[in-house]
Design a protein around this ligand. Structure first.
Ligand SMILES: N[C@@H](CCC(=O)N[C@@H](CS)C(=O)NCC(=O)O)C(=O)O
Length: 207
């Protein structure tokens, strides 16, 4: 039955798209136009009651949430492609799960808090400058943590690029677009540069 990937470019689906391209697995792509609310069509909601992108339908099983999809892809294809620790590499899995979950829960919650308190996509009366400032301070702490973790290594798990880098490097440009100064974190910036220079990322950006 294979893999069908539902996405809109430049969204939370992008990191899943990137992972699919890195893994080199065969998949079909279906663009969902969020501006036309195609994500709220009954057919789409029947597969994804969460009504958002991304969605991956894997052998008939619909999987929503980009982190869940990344972990699924890592478990299913990652070890063979040397992009995810193998089933019995418990030390590697511990590192991978820790960084992927922390990025997708803690870091994403902080950037969403910044966005909700600064972006004109949200009503002015719901925005709070002080809440935005404290979230930006927290974010600086998160970036410092990644910067420290990258000391002496090119990628989050060590010398080799992995899906952990896909999951987390993809967050940094979004963080910067939300008004966080990432320039003090030189290891983070160098790492993001290395990750997004990969051909798989370029393919994602042009499709
Ligand atoms: N936590 C979810 C976030 C998904 C999400 O918010 N997707 C947005 C695009 S970035 C979306 O589909 N928005 C459409 C909507 O909410 O109607 C994930 O990582 O998959």
């Amino acid at each position: 039955m294979g893999l069908t990937f539902y996405y809109q470019p430049m969204t939370s689906a992008t990191r899943v798209h990137w992972a699919l391209e890195e893994l080199g697995v065969a998949y079909d792509k279906v663009k969902i136009d969020l501006s036309k609310r195609e994500n709220k069509n009954p057919d789409y909601l029947a597969q994804n009651p969460n009504g958002k992108v991304p969605l991956l339908v894997a052998d008939g099983v619909p999987i929503f949430e980009s982190l869940a999809i990344l972990l699924y892809l890592g478990e299913r294809y990652g070890a063979e492609k040397k992009l995810f620790p193998g089933e019995t590499d418990y030390a590697g899995r511990g590192e991978a799960l820790k960084w992927m979950c922390w990025g997708s829960v803690t870091v994403v919650e902080t950037v969403m808090r910044i966005m909700r308190n600064t972006s004109d996509r949200f009503p002015a009366e719901e925005r709070n400058e002080k809440a935005a400032q404290s979230a930006k301070l927290e974010m600086a702490g998160h970036l410092a943590m990644i910067d420290h973790a990258l000391e002496g290594r090119d990628y989050m798990l060590g010398a080799e690029f992995s899906l952990v880098d896909v999951a987390n490097a993809s967050l940094v440009p979004f963080i910067a677009r939300n008004g966080v100064d990432t320039t003090p974190f030189s290891r983070v910036n160098d790492w993001v540069g290395r990750c997004i220079a990969r051909p798989a990322f370029a393919r994602v950006m042009t499709s």
